[in-house]
Design a protein around this ligand. Sequence first.
Ligand SMILES: Nc1ncnc2c1ncn2[C@@H]1O[C@H](COP(=O)(O)OP(=O)(O)OP(=O)(O)O)[C@@H](O)[C@H]1O
Length: 248
Amino acid sequence: MSEIPVLQVEDLSGGYSVGRPVLHDIQFQVNKGEMVGLIGLNGAGKSTTMKHILGLMSPQRGAITVQGKKREEDAEAYQSSLAFVPESPLLYEELTVREHLEFAARAYNVAKEDYEERAARLLKLFNMEEKADSLSMHLSKGMKQKVMIMCAFVARPPLYIIDEPFLGLDPLGIRSLLDFMIEMRSQGSSILLSSHILSTIENYCDRFIVLHRGEVIAQGTLAEIAEQAKLPGAALEDIFYSLVKGGD
Ligand SMILES: Nc1ncnc2c1ncn2[C@@H]1O[C@H](COP(=O)(O)OP(=O)(O)OP(=O)(O)O)[C@@H](O)[C@H]1O
């Protein structure tokens, strides 16, 4: 028997006002231990899809399940199964980096020893040891983004929802993030990642979902979407360009 998907989005339609959906019958899943890239032009509906998954918006039609459960069935279990890294950092100005990590660990009921080990490793990996006791208002933009990323990874939920994480990160930070995501995936975590940096995610994601004007116009492995675009062997950027042009 196959395992239930960690995330299942079924026939999702939704948007910001009733009668004017931005998303139309979105259908995809993320399985255990998979990293899936959500790609699309500005305004395609990537963040709106993520807001629905996070429970910040309610579907107008369709359903979303995380580990087989809808948010309405058990909001606490649903919410603790996922961590979100937003596109723009949202931090408490008067808290230090370490206090943010502690706060995240407490919210996800992480045991003290696990927290200490994870926090030390993340601070080192993201080159933030020297800033651990700095207030977040004294951090650079990229450092703030690193705090959001570290808070998600300190929690270690089964599912990560990561919205355009590379903007503002330096090349070392990008590499650290990619390596860490690979490690989490190899330990069975699932990741839904949106990014415009197609050449970066091309070699890291197991599958891709191409959103265009609120619809999924293609999905599958690189080889599968290349087939759908009739461009076997092409790079993700060329496949994407061709699919989006064809979708207009
Ligand atoms: N708060 C909002 N109120 C009304 N409409 C919105 C709101 N946020 C986004 N939209 C609309 O929803 C559609 C999808 O936007 P969304 O932010 O999901 O796109 P995106 O794929 O994440 O784009 P980007 O790559 O620019 O981040 C767009 O038409 C946008 O104008």
